[in-house]
Ligand binder design. Structure first.
Ligand SMILES: [Zn+2]
Length: 457
């Protein structure tokens, strides 16, 4: 089938699905994802799919369905989460849960993150069934709960309780696919790696006293000030992971204006900071995103201390967000941080780990990656594709732990300013163009159909 026909068939369907999904409020917390899972089950069952609903806790629902293959080839999981982060209607120019269409965009919470991908994946499954695709391996679709709060009641729970339902050789999920326009050419990202998350709390202890005689007490806020200062001045070692190395090499090739920068980063990573400082004067976002891909980072995000104007506080608490690279561990990072704070007085500091998720990376030298590249080039001759590391986290980490090769890939063209698009995710006026919905569905369908109907080695 040619892509023009596919476009027509898909346009209405994928748009309607997304609008419906946005209207089901799955703000997490509390989530209430079962409503979205039930809606999707109904939609899929109409076309003969058998669906299973799983509830990790009451109303925390995830949906799974499967199309059987002949077992001659690898299996593939099409993954998405159906929960969304809160939206404050007062800050939006439209109702975030109305699923409205305006200016050929679908507006609403989840339009980008990531109900659009859920709609796209459902459409891909339906198209495969309608076209009687002869699959060599099983394709599983999972629309899950709780990603926005860490995934423990969604994919985390599924991988612990029902790993056989969700285990696959390959996974396609969120986290990549957005084109970076470079010199008039689209460079599409495929997320092949993500950093690990270490959220920890530090409690600094001191002794209370009167604010008018500061020397007589031990001020916990000043101790915390030293902790924050030490961690701010800490620049961890630069490490190029395989994904980042490939990302830099590709960008050096494609990015005329920043070619020198990327080449220097590759050739002498130790000088990265001065090279990136220079780039930051021209493109702050690109420079800082790149810097965060090169090392472990740690930054304070919450701080509390003191109870009254004239009391020297005996306690001060701060929360830090630390992100570690693939190849590093959260335990080693915690050890490093404690070590750095030796001089601040470990005996007066208590540490508590709030959340720790290990980093993960998948190889990009794989048949599915090559299929993504060749399919994209058919839709858009001359485009480039780069593997990319996400500095944030996705549910892919749970599946990589089960042995799956995971790629973040929702193909999208940059049809609105990059900053506006990024600020819609978890921000206000989140929206996706209908063209991007159709483009995403068409590319993903092509990739999946080709990859799953031939024998891959
Ligand atoms: Zn998401």
């Amino acid at each position: 089938m040619c892509s023009a026909e596919l476009l027509k068939e898909t346009r209405q369907e994928v748009t309607a699905l997304l609008r419906h999904l946005i209207r089901i409020d799955t703000t997490n917390p509390p989530g209430n994802e079962i409503k979205a899972a039930e809606f999707l089950a109904g939609s899929l069952e109409e076309e003969g799919f058998k669906c299973e609903l799983f509830e990790s806790k009451p109303s925390r629902g995830s949906l799974i369905t499967r199309m059987k293959g002949s077992r001659e080839g690898p299996s593939l999981l099409l993954l998405s989460h159906v929960d969304v982060v809160p939206a404050n209607p007062k800050e939006w120019t439209v109702d975030p849960f109305a699923g409205m269409v305006k200016d050929d965009f679908v507006w609403g919470r989840g339009a980008l993150d990531m109900k659009s991908m859920t709609a796209i994946e459902v459409v891909v499954m339906k198209l495969l069934k309608r076209k009687h695709a002869r699959l060599k391996g099983d394709i599983i679709l999972a629309a899950t709960a709780d990603e926005e709060k860490g995934g423990e009641d969604g994919v985390g729970w599924l991988t612990r309780k029902h790993p056989e339902k969700i285990r696959a050789d390959y996974v396609v999920n969120e986290g990549g696919g957005l084109a970076i326009p470079v010199n008039g050419k689209n460079v599409y990202t495929v997320q092949t790696a993500e950093k690990g998350i270490l959220w920890f709390k530090v409690k600094a202890r001191g002794t209370p006293g009167h604010g008018s005689v500061p020397g007589a007490s031990d001020n916990a806020i000043l101790r915390m000030n030293n902790v924050v200062g030490k961690l701010e001045r800490y620049h961890s070692k630069i490490v190029l992971t395989p994904t980042v190395r490939q990302f830099l090499a590709k960008m050096a090739k494609e990015h005329r204006t920043a070619r020198k920068t990327f080449t220097k980063l590759l050739e002498s990573p130790a000088t990265a900071d001065s090279v990136l400082d220079e780039l930051a004067r021209k493109d702050k976002m690109l420079a800082e995103e790149t810097r965060a891909k090169l090392r472990m980072t740690v930054t304070p995000t919450i701080i509390h201390g003191g109870v009254k104007e004239n009391i020297i506080p005996s306690e001060c608490e701060a929360v830090f967000d630390c992100r570690v690279l693939p190849g590093q561990t959260t335990a080693a990072a915690m050890g490093k941080i404690r070590n750095l704070l030796r001089n601040v007085g470990l005996e007066n500091l208590d540490f508590e780990i709030i959340q720790a998720n290990e980093p993960s990376e998948s190889p990009f030298d794989k048949p599915l990656y090559r299929e993504i590249v060749s399919s994209l080039r058919e839709f858009e001759p001359g485009c480039a594709v780069v593997p990319d590391m996400l500095t944030g986290g996705t549910d892919s980490r749970f599946l990589r732990k089960l042995g799956a090769v995971c790629y973040g890939f929702q193909p999208m063209r940059a049809d609105m300013p990059y900053g506006e698009l990024k600020s819609g995710i978890h921000g206000v006026d989140e929206r996706i163009s209908i063209d991007n919905l159709v483009f995403g569905a068409s590319v993903l369908y092509t990739v999946v159909k080709r990859f799953m109907t031939r024998v891959n080695t």
